[in-house]
Write a protein that binds this ligand. Structure first.
Ligand code: 6GU
Length: 263
């Protein structure tokens, strides 16, 4: 899988891509990250990439011409196959669609993603209309630019690409089934007076599995009760959650408050 990243600050990516799992994934050829400096597509003497907003106001807006030229040049580059045609062109922007594990899994099915990092107070709206196919935000807070958000998307998508990490790790994890993870322990059995839960050293695999399931349910109920509406719950899960004080919304997991009898 290939990620083309369009940015005014390509240096922001070199650190995260040079360590650990992403470094190895690149070395192994599982993923490629190609950085494109938008400033290289500016044609004036000062290589200008931003300008004042029409109508006035604070900050600067990314000019359409260099960004459009960069996007078009990148789409015309052939990554050694049919990768150029249906690649999503994704703008990272705080007013985008909230990025989720579901979207990461969907993006991991493409051979190539084009990630456009917005800077300044924004990108000229006409470039968004003409060339951007999707807009993503990584949460309800404001970053200085889309670079760190693009890096988050690359990380979340890359680990779903076959061969990047052990597939056992992604199959059962948080958000795939809508529950948070159970707590983890390793040696020593007692650390600073705190013992590991005895069930984990009991050797009873069935009891370990039940304990872990219940810990996932308890954590999700305590920390992210909003996730329980869409989680895949069994009758036993619901019974356990009720012992914790949870009341089943009873809407069939549709997330709707009310359901008319004829539906
Ligand atoms: Cl994608 N960009 C910026 N600048 N800020 C953000 C964001 C993106 N997602 C959350 N905050």
């Amino acid at each position: 899988m290939r990620f083309d990243v369009l940015t005014l600050f390509p240096g922001m990516f070199t650190g995260p891509l040079s360590e650990s799992i992403l470094k190895r994934a690149i070395q192994a050829g599982c993923i490629a990250v190609v950085l494109h400096d938008i400033r290289a597509y500016a044609t004036d003497r000062h290589r200008t990439t931003d300008d004042a907003p029409y109508g006035g106001g604070a900050g600067m807006v990314m000019k359409p011409e260099p960004l459009a030229a960069c996007i078009r040049a990148v789409l015309a580059m052939n990554g050694g196959g049919e990768t150029g045609h249906n690649s999503p062109v994704i703008l990272l922007t705080p007013d985008g669609e909230p990025f989720t594990q579901r979207i990461a899994a969907e993006l991991a099915t493409y051979p190539r993603l084009v990630l456009v990092c917005g800077r300044y107070e924004g990108v000229d709206e006409r470039v968004r209309e003409a060339l951007i196919t999707r807009e993503l935000s990584i949460g309800d807070y404001v970053l200085t630019g889309g670079e760190l958000a693009a890096m988050v998307v690359i990380d979340a998508v890359a680990r779903l690409v076959p061969g990047v990490i052990d597939s056992e790790s992604t199959a059962e994890e948080s958000f795939s089934d809508g529950l948070l993870e159970y707590p983890q322990y390793t040696r020593p059995a007692v650390w600073e007076g705190r013992a590991v839960p005895p069930v984990l050293v009991s050797g009873h695999h069935g009891e370990v599995a039940q304990w872990r399931r219940r810990e996932r349910l308890r954590r999700t109920f305590e920390r992210r009760p909003d996730l329980l509406v869409r989680a895949a719950l069994t009758d036993a899960d619901r019974a356990y959650l009720r012992t914790l004080g949870w009341s089943d919304p009873g809407n069939g997991g549709t997330g709707r408050e009310h359901r008319s009898p004829v539906e």
